[in-house]
Design a protein around this ligand. Structure first.
Ligand SMILES: [Zn+2]
Ligand SMILES: [Zn+2]
Length: 134
């Protein structure tokens, strides 16, 4: 692994870069996977194809927000719309709407379980495979 700020090789267990002091995974100049220079604003590394730390940091969805949405608005699939799991979200919404609300017992329990899984860390990526942030 490499520092995303200065491109120096880094111990994978280190929390900060010993060269520049940046936190691991922070910075927008280098690929953390291969250490090559990253193009500003790019989504992934042109050398190895791994997602860039700057992109992940900007686009990571909040685990807490998604969990709370699931617990309180799970019957409408709001947490899954937020995370980009559109298929599941539509299913939960339809269960609620097509049964005039009777099915919301099912979809809200489903949403509640997913909300708890999000908060406890059982779900760690969004619908696009990006890691969630705390
Ligand atoms: Zn560094
Ligand atoms: Zn790379």
């Amino acid at each position: 692994m490499y520092c995303a700020n200065c491109g120096s090789p880094m111990d994978p267990n280190a929390a900060v870069c010993i060269h520049c002091g940046y936190k691991a995974g922070c910075g927008a100049h280098y690929c953390t996977n291969c250490g090559n220079a990253a193009i500003a604003g790019a989504t992934m590394c042109t050398h190895c194809g791994s997602l860039l730390a700057s992109y992940v940091a900007q686009n990571a969805k909040s685990k807490l927000a998604a969990g709370l949405l699931g617990i309180f608005l799970g019957s409408f699939g709001v947490h899954n719309f937020y995370l980009g799991y559109t298929g599941k979200a539509v299913a939960q919404l339809l269960i609620t709407l097509l049964t005039c609300g009777f099915g919301s017992v099912v979809s809200s329990i489903w949403g509640l379980i997913e909300g708890i899984m999000l908060l406890t860390g059982s779900i760690t990526v969004d619908g696009n495979g990006l890691p969630l942030k705390d």
